[in-house]
Design a binder for this molecule. Structure first.
Ligand code: MRU
Length: 358
């Protein structure tokens, strides 16, 4: 998708430099910076510090992280240790382990002369596949937006949480892909963008990328969705997912659950868009999902431009206050109207998911 009218993907391999390029998302929306990852440590650091984030992009970065590990030291023990370190870099999004396992399976049994070139091809395949899957999610989700528009004959108002946009994937996004497809088709859409405290991925990333694509949007505080739904100002919600269980329970950015409850109470359809790489077929009880707890500074401090256009980080809480920063929550399947996947739309249930994917 576009930034200042130039097409980008969120990650790519630079053949000249033999390094991995990413868009540093910690600098957005105020600075657009492309960063070079040279080593597996750079990739791990990029995931931990959220220079790259969003489940599918974390997976793509981990895949390229494996390539960087092999480039550094083509020794099976180093490669194995790197795969463990990558998997440990963030706990909740399952795409991370999925991508590293896929790379390790592909590499097993290869001789050391072919390992690097095959790893590079597989990392690119993982990213190309994600792009294709996200595009298909968009084409499948477009039908829902079209149906609403055909009935309403007026702008379709869609609420989204966090950033499940193209910046969270390789391209297109998950939740945003149906929106981009509708916009490109000329269907009038408007997006309510949850700010998404504490890191403000909605305001900093979703609103930014929608602006760059010319999609009308309005940032709202995280507590505003409820009243908008009561007023009939939200036609549907679409969010992404970091891990969806085979039961249909959806783990996503903290606050998603509260939005789903409000949607359920107001009979607003609540859709979750995800590629199959986000499905966890093993964990059955959502309480077993590892929920990331991040640094309290993400809550107690805030970053922005001062009046001289310099980036500043300031403390906004009382110095002595305790702070808890849980990064994800789980929306039980009963509150989810449907799952929009690359293969089609299905119910959030084990039967429907099995039928679609197994
Ligand atoms: O902590 P983040 O920014 O990595 O969390 C991202 C989300 O929760 C997204 O909604 C999710 O990964 C879906 S991305 C297509």
């Amino acid at each position: 998708m576009k930034i200042e009218n130039k097409e980008y993907r969120t990650i790519w391999f630079d053949e000249n430099n033999q390094s991995v390029k990413i868009i540093d998302q910690t600098k957005l929306p105020h600075q657009f910076m492309i960063k070079d990852l040279q080593t597996v440590k750079d990739a791990i650091n990029a995931i931990k510090t959220m220079e790259v984030r969003g489940a599918p992009l974390i997976g793509g970065t981990a895949a390229y992280g494996m390539v960087l590990a092999i480039k550094e030291n083509n020794d099976p023990n180093f490669i194995k240790k790197s795969s463990h370190d990558l998997i440990q870099s963030r706990p909740t999004a399952i795409n991370l382990k999925w991508a590293v396992d896929r790379m390790m399976n592909k590499l097993s049994g290869l001789n050391d002369r072919e390992v690097l070139s095959i790893a590079l091809i597989e990392a690119k395949n993982i990213c190309d596949e994600d792009e294709k899957f996200c595009e298909n999610i968009g084409l499948n989700g477009l039908k829902i937006i079209e149906d609403i528009y055909n009935k309403k004959k007026d702008t379709v108002n869609i609420l989204t949480h966090c950033n499940a946009g193209w910046l969270a994937t390789i391209n297109w996004g998950t939740a945003t892909s149906p929106i981009y497809h509708a916009h490109k088709k000329g269907i009038p859409v408007h997006v309510w963008v949850d700010e998404t405290r504490p890191r403000n991925q909605g305001a900093n990333l979703t609103s930014y990328e929608l602006n760059e694509e010319g999609v009308p949007n309005t940032i709202i505080a995280d507590n505003t969705g409820g009243i908008l739904m009561q007023r009939g100002d939200v036609d549907m919600c679409i969010v992404g997912s970091d891990r969806t269980l085979s039961t249909g329970d959806v783990c996503n950015k903290i606050g998603t659950y509260l939005k789903a409850l409000a949607a359920y109470d107001n009979k607003v359809p609540f859709y979750v868009a995800l590629p199959s790489s986000t499905i966890d077929w093993n964990i059955k009880n959502f309480k077993d999902i590892p929920i990331e707890e991040r640094n309290s500074e993400e809550l107690s401090h805030i970053e922005g431009l001062d009046k001289n256009n310099n980036l500043k980080k300031i403390l906004i809480y009382p110095k002595k206050s305790n702070v808890l920063n849980l990064a994800f929550d789980v929306t039980p399947a009963k509150y989810v109207t449907g799952l929009i996947t690359e293969k089609g739309i299905c119910k959030a249930s084990s039967d429907a998911l099995k039928k679609m994917f197994k």
